[in-house]
Design a protein around this ligand. Structure first.
Ligand code: CA
Length: 252
């Protein structure tokens, strides 16, 4: 996926030039020509972008204010300030409000592109999560089947007996719990739980699944909680009985 850059710049000529050159480098570029527009876009969904290039002197809301407000909702979006103000106190203020880099106009295009590359490399954004934010929520503990799991204390019991899970097994379990009912692909698990893509074999995911089944299922060969969905991945069902009742057609 192309890195997405929001350019906030009120000088049309400069904004268009930046867009043209950044797109030539393979980035997806959005433009905002007032501070008000920029703030609305960022407050609406700052995770739609991987990098922000921000002018300081803008109609509406200043770049400083934009950066400050952005940082209150998103502290990972890299920000490159682009400004005609070259005084050191302007730079300092830029960094104070949370900018990562400061480049003075007029700037050298190659330098700008190099800084953009660096910022993107040093501050990778997570892939926009496949998780539906309204469906998934942080879960601290859960009981399912014969098991009770506390993700805060790492305490896991099955039929009252303590069970030791590795950190990775717990992370995997937690991801299932937070996305229960949804079919999750092996690739998604690799990206979201292992934070890798490609290098690790999807087979390793299956190995972890076998271990979870062995720990939690009454009959690991005939799982009720950690289901394999053919050609698609896995699905976690906390309470199989309830899930059956909610299936259309089974209502009395
Ligand atoms: Ca300006």
């Amino acid at each position: 996926m192309k890195p997405r850059i929001l350019v906030v710049e009120d000088e049309t000529h400069l904004a268009q030039g930046l867009k043209y050159n950044l797109e030539a480098e393979g980035y997806k570029v959005s433009l905002a020509d007032t501070g008000t527009t920029a703030l609305r876009l960022l407050e609406n969904d700052s995770h739609a972008y991987d990098l922000l290039i921000l002018d300081l002197m803008l109609p509406g809301v200043s770049g400083y204010t934009i950066c400050e407000k952005l940082r209150s909702i998103d502290d990972t979006l890299p920000v490159l300030i682009l400004s005609a103000r070259s005084l050191s106190e302007d730079r300092t203020r830029g960094f104070d409000v949370g900018a990562n880099q400061y480049l003075t106009k007029p700037f050298d295009l190659d330098e700008l592109l190099a800084r953009v590359r660096n910022l993107l490399r040093l501050h990778p954004r997570k892939e926009p999560s496949h998780k539906n934010k309204t469906l998934s929520s942080k879960v601290d503990q859960i009981r399912f089947g014969r098991a009770s799991v506390n993700f805060e204390t790492y305490q896991v019991t099955v039929e009252g007996r303590d069970v030791k899970l590795t950190h990775k097994e717990l992370s995997l379990l937690r991801y299932f719990v937070e996305n229960q009912g949804r079919v999750i692909s092996r690739q998604e698990l690799l990206t979201e739980v292992w934070d890798v893509s490609g290098e690790m074999q999807t087979r390793s995911v299956d190995q972890f699944l076998l271990r979870l089944r062995k720990t939690f299922e009454v009959d690991p060969a005939n799982p009720k909680h950690f289901l394999t969905i053919r050609d698609a991945g896995y699905r976690f069902i906390a309470n199989p009985a309830e899930s059956d009742q909610s299936t259309p057609g089974l209502d009395p």
